[in-house]
Design a protein around this ligand. Structure first.
Ligand SMILES: NC(=O)C1=CN([C@@H]2O[C@H](COP(=O)(O)OP(=O)(O)OC[C@H]3O[C@@H](n4cnc5c(N)ncnc54)[C@H](OP(=O)(O)O)[C@@H]3O)[C@@H](O)[C@H]2O)C=CC1
Ligand SMILES: O=C1O[C@H](COP(=O)(O)O)[C@@H](O)[C@H](O)[C@H]1O
Length: 501
C-alpha cells in the first residue's frame, strides 16, 4: 500500500511542542513517530520545533542521535523515508532539542525558559509523565512565565487514580490553564475506525432507526491484547486494567455507541452527549460488583506456541493482586437503551489482539421457513477497530440450489484497507494536529473524566478489600472462565472474532 494517497493535509500553524517525558516509552514509541509522519507529509511548517524534556543528561546532539536510532523501530520501513536518501528523517531530526530538567529542581528550569523566547506561536506542553506531576509542572510553567494565551496543555491518561485524585489534578491544572486550553487525550478517540463509528451512525439513515432497545439485544465491546505488560510493570501494577483501559478507552467507546445524535459535530456538542451517557450508566452497588464485574490476572501459558510467563513474573511483583483482565456488564438507563446490556471486556496476554464493537440484534420473532428453527442466527454488526479496520454485517441468506430453501450465515464485509487503498493514520497523528489547531472535540472534558471515575469508583472500592483477588487465567487464552459465565448466565456468548494478530 502506498504511504499516503489521500488529499494533501493542510499545514498547521508554526508551533513549539514541549514534550515532558521526551525520553519515555510513550514519547519515543508513539509521539515522535506521529510527529515525524505529519512532518513527512508536509503538515509541519519549517519553523516547528520539538523540545524534549527529561532528567536524562542529554544534549541536543545526544537526543537527536537517540531519536535517529529509535525512529526506524517505530515507523514502518515503507513509510520512513519515501525519498530513500534520509533527507526527510534529517529534516525532522533537526527540529529536535533536549532540555535536561528535573521538574522538582528549581535550578534546572531556566534551561527550558531559554528555549522558549516570548512569542505568540502556538505552544503545546505535552505531559507524557505520571499524573502526580501534572499540577507541579503547570504551576512551574506559570511561575516561569511560559504559559501564553496560545499555549495548550496535553494530559495523558490515566488522569489520577480515582475520582478524588482526578479532581485534584483537574483543579491544579485548572488553576493555570483555561479549560479550553486543556486537552485530555484518549488515543482511542483518534483511531480512524472509532471516528468512523460516528460517521456510520450519523451520516447514514439505515442504522439509526434500528439503534435502540427495540431491535438491539445487547452490545459487546472488547479490547484484547496478546502482549503482556512488557517493561511497563512499574506503572501497570499501580493501575491495572480497570484504570488503564476501562475508565477511559472502553467507556469512551461505549459513549460513542450509546450517545444521542448531536445537533452538529463541534467541540462541545459531542462531549455533551457523551457526558449524558456516562451519567446514565446504572450505578454499581456493592453486590453488583461481585455479580457483574470479573477481574483476572494472567498466569503462565502459551502465546503463539511459546511459553509465556505470568503477570507477577513480568511485572516482578510476586504477590501482586493487580488485574490484567476485566469483564463488566453495564447498563445505560435511558429510553433508548433500557434493558440492553453492554458487555465490556479487556485484557493483556489474551489469545489474540482484537478490538471490536459488536452490535447484536434481536432474533427474528418467528421461524417461517420450513426447517429453519435454530438455523438462523440473529444479525450482528461487528465494527473492527484493530488490527484490521472494517465492518461486517452478519446476516442470513439462502444457499443457492434447486432444492428447498436452505439458510446460510453470510457477511457483508467492508475492509478499510481494500476500500480506501490508503494507510490509516495513527491515532496520535490526528490528535496532535487537533491540539495545534485548538480543536478539542476528540479529547475528554473535565466533567466526562470525572463522571467516568465516579462510575468505576464502587469497583475500585470493592476491589480494595482484602477478600478480593483476581481470577488467574493462562496467558494466551480468552480470560478467566468467570467472564464466560458472566455473559452465559444471560443466555448470550462472547463474540470471538476469527482475526488474529
Ligand atoms: N507508554 C504508553 O504506551 C502510554 C503511557 N501513558 C501515560 O503516559 C505517561 C508516560 O508514560 P511512559 O512514557 O510509559 O513512562 P516512562 O516511564 O517510559 O517515561 C517517563 C518520562 O518522564 C520523565 N520524567 C519522569 N520524572 C521526571 C521528572 N521529575 N522530571 C523530568 N522528567 C521526568 C522520564 O525521564 P527521566 O527519568 O530521564 O527524567 C521519562 O522521559 C504515564 O502517565 C503513562 O500512564 C498513556 C498511554 C500509553
Ligand atoms: O492506553 C493504553 O493503550 C494500550 C492499547 O492501545 P492500542 O492502541 O494498542 O489498542 C495498552 O496497551 C496500554 O496498556 C494502555 O495504557
Amino acid at each position: 500500500m502506498p504511504p499516503t494517497s489521500g488529499p494533501a493535509p493542510t499545514p498547521v500553524s508554526p508551533c513549539d511542542f514541549v514534550v515532558f517525558g521526551g525520553t519515555g516509552d510513550l514519547a519515543v514509541r508513539k509521539l515522535l513517530p506521529a510527529l515525524y509522519l505529519r512532518d513527512r507529509d508536509g503538515q509541519l511548517p519549517p519553523e516547528t520545533r520539538i523540545v524534549a524534556v527529561s532528567r536524562a543528561g542529554l544534549d541536543e546532539a545526544g537526543y537527536r542521535d537517540k531519536i535517529r536510532g529509535e525512529l526506524p523501530r517505530f515507523v514502518r520501513a515503507a513509510e520512513l523515508d519515501p525519498e530513500h536518501n534520509g533527507a526527510t528523517v534529517e529534516r525532522f531530526i533537526e527540529r529536535l532539542t533536549h532540555v535536561s530538567l528535573d521538574i522538582d529542581d528549581e535550578s534546572s528550569w531556566p534551561a527550558l525558559v531559554e528555549q522558549l523566547p516570548v512569542s505568540d506561536r502556538v505552544r503545546v506542553f505535552y505531559l507524557a509523565i505520571g499524573p502526580a506531576l501534572f499540577g507541579r509542572v503547570s504551576q512551574r510553567l506559570a511561575e516561569h512565565g511560559l504559559v501564553t494565551p496560545t499555549s495548550r496543555l496535553v494530559l495523558e491518561k490515566p488522569l489520577g487514580h480515582d475520582l478524588a485524585s482526578a479532581r485534584e489534578v483537574n483543579d491544579a491544572v485548572g488553576a493555570v490553564f483555561e479549560e479550553q486550553q486543556i486537552f485530555r487525550i484518549d488515543h482511542y478517540l483518534g483511531k480512524e475506525s472509532v471516528q468512523n463509528l460516528l460517521v456510520t451512525r450519523f451520516a447514514n439513515t439505515f442504522l439509526e432507526p434500528l439503534w435502540n432497545a427495540n431491535t438491539i439485544d445487547h452490545v459487546q465491546i472488547t479490547a484484547s491484547e496478546s502482549l503482556g505488560v512488557g517493561s511497563r510493570g512499574g506503572y501497570y501494577d499501580g493501575s491495572g486494567a480497570l484504570r488503564d483501559m476501562v475508565q477511559n478507552h472502553l467507556l469512551q467507546l461505549l459513549c460513542l455507541v450509546a450517545m444521542e445524535p448531536p445537533t452538529y459535530v463541534d467541540r462541545e456538542t459531542v462531549r455533551d452527549e457523551k457526558l449524558k451517557v456516562l451519567q446514565a450508566l446504572r450505578p454499581l452497588e456493592d453486590g453488583d460488583v461481585d455479580r457483574s464485574v470479573v477481574a483476572g490476572q494472567y498466569a503462565p501459558g502459551l502465546v503463539d506456541g511459546l511459553a509465556a510467563a505470568s503477570y507477577r513474573a513480568d511485572a516482578e511483583r510476586p504477590d501482586s493482586t493487580t488485574e490484567t483482565f476485566v469483564a463488566i456488564k453495564a447498563e445505560v438507563q435511558n429510553w433508548r437503551w433500557a434493558g440492553v446490556p453492554f458487555y465490556l471486556r479487556t485484557g493483556k496476554r489474551m489469545d489474540r489482539r482484537c478490538s471490536e464493537i459488536v452490535i447484536q440484534f434481536k432474533a427474528v420473532p418467528h421461524a417461517m421457513f420450513p426447517g429453519s428453527e435454530g438455523a438462523q442466527e440473529p444479525n450482528r454488526l461487528v465494527i473492527q477497530l484493530q488490527p484490521d479496520e472494517g465492518m461486517k454485517l452478519h446476516m442470513t441468506a439462502k444457499e443457492p440450489g434447486p432444492g428447498g430453501i436452505r439458510l446460510r450465515q453470510v457477511s457483508l464485509d467492508l475492509s478499510y484497507a481494500k476500500t480506501f487503498q490508503r494507510r490509516s493514520p495513527e491515532a496520535y497523528e490526528r490528535l496532535l494536529m487537533d491540539v495545534v489547531r485548538g480543536n478539542p472535540t476528540l479529547f475528554m472534558r473535565r466533567d466526562e473524566v470525572e463522571a467516568a471515575w465516579a462510575w468505576v469508583e464502587p469497583i475500585l472500592e470493592r476491589w480494595s478489600r482484602p477478600d478480593h483477588s483476581p481470577r488467574p487465567y493462562p496467558a494466551g487464552t480468552s480470560g478467566p472462565s468467570a467472564a464466560t459465565t458472566l455473559i452465559e448466565r444471560d443466555g448470550r456468548s462472547w463474540h470471538e472474532s476469527t482475526t488474529t494478530a
